[in-house]
Design a protein around this ligand. Structure first.
Ligand code: FAD
Ligand code: SF4
Length: 470
């Protein structure tokens, strides 16, 4: 066991990162997995604070110091069991959470400038190594309740819900219109952040726990294999909605309809389909093209780095605030810079120019003005600062708005003015206005994070367990 002041002698040491010139030629994860010695060394840096801020800041409230101690002591299977008590997808969150503004951003070691404990990478190490050594969730004490729940959406919210239900003896049947589970984790987030075999294995783990997946099945769809909400409500004791948010935000500027201008997600999904060899009408390829990406979040970074890997002639990312105020993960911005993305901070698009096809983008310079209602300083345009950046493609990554389904009203499911499902829990956590229907994740919060979607799915499952107990 390590001494509590190990951090004084042992510096933070991240997992090895593939050099930029190699990693930008392919779609592979860029961080190597820690080995046992490395994980032990880094886990031992934890101070075991009495009041662990990391745990509070982690949206699923992982028992971080406790599983770090188990890793330090080499008790891997116990660490895996403990980490799964609070998180349904720890190997995923260890990879894709913006740790710099969550758990690691709150690590006490930051206050003494010692470098936070590498919490995310150790979380990934625990599950990866335990799975490789044959560990699987212990379901031996689960007693079947006879209840069954239909879950719409196999994204992080739906999976979090299914996990908690299965561990409490409730049959979870998950419906998704896509051919694989994961939601945006599979059909959105590129493989350089998380390779797709991670979700394939997770599906096998969940199936081993008794969770059933009905893929290629849309709820409310018209294909022969599709199902209808009314039938789910008749056949199941409750229904969980974890359907995400899929209306692309538009730029609202002239020229947006020109050929060569496209929303971010279809581009990213096309690349995933291409990498996985799945059928698609058209592969969207940026090879040899000058690409401009508009936006400053995770989706924009994924577009930047995917375009680089496809062999774009140049990739420029324009964002209307400064670097310090970008909403995306700082780690991903740094990775994008290393891979050759050019950033134009404080630039706002005002028009997309071209005759038959996009030829350039007109930008104006901004300065940060007064804080808005949410406390973020609003960009103010600098007069006479117009410039045109020549380009062949423009990718719009301004985020997503909810896409409430036309059938919601038929079942008493209500939404707010922005189209988000209201699931404030009239009696039980995450319950909608229809007592048999629960909801969580992006469709309730608006676009957010994998870990917050997992949390809400898990909370909804607890709400259902209360509901069944009534
Ligand atoms: P989703 O992941 O969207 O899953 C919803 C599922 O519901 C989908 O599989 C969909 O097919 C299914 N569905 C919808 N309607 C139906 C229907 N009628 N019938 C059947 N199935 C249906 N977050 C991070 O934490 N880190 C990141 O690095 C990160 N990067 C991102 C990059 C991109 C490009 C994007 C778009 C998002 C990123 N996010 C990231 C955000 C994160 O992916 C989402 O917040 C999270 O996936 C939301 O989970 P969810 O389960 O609510 O929805
Ligand atoms: Fe950190 Fe995310 Fe893991 Fe929580 S789930 S400990 S925030 S990496």
């Amino acid at each position: 066991m390590s001494d509590v002041f190990q951090f004084l002698n042992v510096a933070r040491r991240d997992g090895a990162k593939t050099p930029a010139d190699i990693r930008k030629t392919g779609f592979h994860e860029i961080y190597a997995q820690m080995d046992a010695e490395h994980a032990h060394e880094q886990a031992g840096r934890c101070l075991a604070c009495g009041n662990p801020y990391c745990e509070w800041k982690c949206p699923v409230h992982n028992f971080i110091p406790n599983w770090l101690k188990l890793v330090d002591e080499g008790r891997l299977f116990e660490a895996a069991e403990l980490s799964h008590q609070t998180n349904s997808l720890p190997e995923v969150c260890g990879r894709v959470c913006p740790q710099d503004r969550l758990c690691e951003g709150s690590c006490t070691l930051n206050q003494v400038k010692a470098g936070a404990v590498t919490i995310g990478q150790i979380e990934r190490y625990i599950s990866e190594t335990a799975f490789a050594q044959g560990w699987r969730p212990d379901m031996s004490k689960v007693v079947a309740t006879g209840k069954k729940v239909a879950i719409i959406g196999a994204g992080p919210a739906g999976l979090g819900c299914a996990d908690v239900l299965a561990r409490n003896g409730v049959k979870a049947v998950v419906f998704d219109r896509y051919p694989e589970i994961g939601g945006l984790l599979t059909f959105g987030i590129p493989e350089f952040k998380m390779e797709k075999h991670v979700m394939t294995r997770r599906r096998e783990v969940f199936e081993g726990m008794g969770i059933e997946f009905r893929l290629n099945t849309e709820v409310g769809g018209t294909k022969p294999q599709d199902v209808q909400m009314a039938d789910l409500l008749n056949e199941y004791d409750a229904v969980f909605l974890g359907m995400g948010t899929y209306t692309f935000m538009q730029a609202g500027i002239p020229g947006e309809d020109l050929p060569g201008v496209m929303p971010a997600l279809p581009f990213l999904i096309s690349n995933v389909n291409h990498c996985l060899g799945l059928p698609q009408d058209e592969f969207i390829d940026m090879q040899g093209l000058r690409v401009v990406v508009l936006g400053g979040g995770d989706t924009a970074m994924d577009c930047n780095r995917t375009s680089i890997r496809q062999g774009a002639a140049s990739v420029t990312c324009a964002y209307r605030r400064d670097e310090a105020n970008m909403p995306g993960s700082k780690r991903e911005v740094a990775n994008a810079k290393e891979e050759g993305v050019q950033f134009l901070w404080n630039r706002q698009p005002v028009a997309i120019v071209g005759e038959a096809q996009v030829e350039g983008i007109k930008l104006v310079t901004t300065q940060l003005g007064e804080p808005d209602a949410r406390g973020r300083r609003s960009p103010v345009i600098v007069e006479g600062s117009e410039e045109i950046v020549p380009c062949d493609r423009v990718l719009i990554a301004f985020g997503f708005r909810p896409n409430p389904q036309p059938w919601f009203a038929d079942f008493g499911i209500t939404t707010d003015a922005a189209g988000r499902v209201i699931a404030k829990g009239q009696t039980h956590a995450c319950q909608t206005a229809n007592p048999k229907v629960f909801a969580g994740g992006d469709m309730v919060r608006g676009s957010d994070l994998v870990v917050t979607a997992v949390y809400e799915g898990r909370e909804a499952a607890k709400g259902m367990l209360d509901f069944f107990a009534v």
